[in-house]
Design a protein around this ligand. Structure first.
Ligand code: ZN
Length: 467
């Protein structure tokens, strides 16, 4: 069995691992590269001709794991894409949005280059169109958690809950080669235990090889218990000033998680009674997918639904669908909470809300997600005195706040605790999906703690996994 690393190798995006066994050829994930200077890889031909692949296994729908699937199909892949039922429902929503954003980016880039009279290193056309994104649905095949299925010759596959986002999976693969069996585990992104809504990551005690993420391999998160306390403080202060609390949210998971906390504070009467507007059609669509997949929810959340206390349905929550309804929020003159995308303020309805509120000292802009370098969100968070929104400069006078404890990833101690469940002989470990420092630190800790063999593969490295 051979494994080749075509992404998320000493970096955190572009997850794609090619596996070749006697019984078949496939990839695990087909992710978009989102970090400079690796963006060019999105445009290069696939390192393996897509028509030679028998199937694709998808760990979860985040774009850095799924975002190149439309391109894979356009370039000739004709097999099945196996994913959990929740991922099968989420993926079309995520890919369609990705195609839209890429279309807008390409149009904007073209306009800017014409104005500046220069040519680009990247094409000014979208990586794929909305029609190409829509085509992926026909190839999706749902596989429930825990159910063993066989593909190719003697390749058995089983999805396990990764507790990272709705539908996220770790994938166990068993193959027989030379009359011996080999068990390889792909961790996907490993979630945080204690996270609301979804279940905790599953644990394992045996594997021959483990391909494991290391995003937070060198860091621990702060205490999540403080999220509610900070929220109460920001909401109460903003309401007492008569302002609006504007929250940029990622549509998958973060928006729903934020609603989970809000619903609890509303029911416990720890915050003033305010209208809460979910002004993100995509987050609303994702919320409906959550409701269709009780198998992915944790016991605490299931119990809330049973009591009739849905985190997605509480006094004050209003769903905003149309653009007109969204615009009408501008004339609101009383305290309110507005959630809108995109999460890093690079597009979407949040930019309109920021334009209206960023210069109002009574309002608060609250960040609850990672803000990448170069985004509008990052500029505001870093304390810019004024920012450009839709081509106009706006002074930043609103209060800027952030809660950085929301994270979809296990931290260093969580990763080591998860690994501690394995028994001897330990798997040979390949650390992926982490920047150099994070992966190297985690590798050191693993060697010290359990003495397992650890590799940190580089882009295109090829490993033979021996039976
Ligand atoms: Zn992820």
């Amino acid at each position: 069995m051979k494994i080749q690393f075509f992404g998320a190798a000493r970096q955190v995006t572009g997850s794609c691992y090619y596996v070749e066994t006697e019984g078949g050829r496939f990839i695990v994930d087909c992710g978009l590269f989102q970090e400079r200077p690796f963006l060019e890889r999105n445009w290069a031909p696939f390192p393996i001709p897509p028509e030679n692949l028998d199937f694709v296994l998808l760990t979860h729908v985040h774009l850095d794991h799924s975002g190149l699937l439309p391109k894979l199909i356009r370039e000739g892949f004709r097999g099945e894409i196996l994913a959990t039922p929740a991922s099968v429902d989420l993926l079309p929503i995520v890919l369609l949005d990705s195609a839209k954003v890429q279309g807008e980016d390409a149009a904007y880039k073209k306009k800017r280059h014409q104005k500046e009279d220069r040519t680009s290193r990247y094409p000014e056309i979208p990586l794929y169109t909305e029609a190409e994104a829509a085509r992926v649905s026909a190839y999706l095949k749902p596989v429930s958690y825990g159910k063993g299925i066989v593909r190719g010759r003697n390749i058995s596959i089983r999805f396990h809950d990764a507790g990272h986002i709705l539908g996220s999976a770790m994938i166990e693969i068993n193959v027989r080669e030379n009359r011996r069996s080999l068990k390889v585990l792909f961790s996907g992104d490993i979630g945080q235990r204690r996270k609301p809504l979804i279940r905790d990551p599953e644990i394992f005690d045996q594997a021959d090889s483990l391909i494991m993420e290391s995003t937070y391999g060198d860091r621990n998160h702060e205490d999540p218990a403080d999220i509610a306390t900070l929220l109460v403080e920001f909401i109460s202060q903003t309401a007492s000033r008569g302002g609006r609390l504007i929250v940029p949210v990622f549509a998958v998971e973060r928006a729903q998680e934020f609603l989970f906390y809000l619903s609890r504070l509303v029911r416990e009467k720890r915050i003033p009674a305010l209208p809460v507007f979910l002004d993100s059609p995509m987050a609303t669509d994702v919320m409906e997918v959550f409701l269709r997949h009780p198998e992915s929810l944790d016991e605490e959340t299931t119990a809330l639904f049973r009591k009739g206390e849905s985190p997605f349905h509480f006094p004050g929550l209003r769903i905003v669908r149309t653009q007109e309804e969204s615009k009408a929020l501008n004339s609101l003159r009383r305290p309110a909470i507005i959630l809108a995308g995109s999460g890093m303020c690079t597009g979407g309805r949040i930019k309109h809300h920021l334009r209206h509120h960023i210069s109002r000292p009574e309002s608060t802009i609250l960040f609850v997600g990672y803000q990448a370098a170069g985004t509008l969100g990052r500029q505001i968070l870093d304390g810019a005195a004024e920012v450009r929104i839709f081509g106009e400069m706006h002074a930043v006078r609103a209060k800027i706040a952030s809660i950085q404890m929301f994270s979809g990833h296990a931290d260093r101690d969580d990763l080591l605790d998860w690994l501690a469940n394995f028994r001897q002989p330990y798997p040979s470990i390949f650390l992926t999906h982490g920047e150099n420092d994070a992966a190297a630190f985690l590798a050191g800790a693993i060697k010290k703690n359990i003495g397992a063999s650890v590799q940190i593969p580089e882009y295109r490295d090829l490993w033979e996994v021996k039976v």
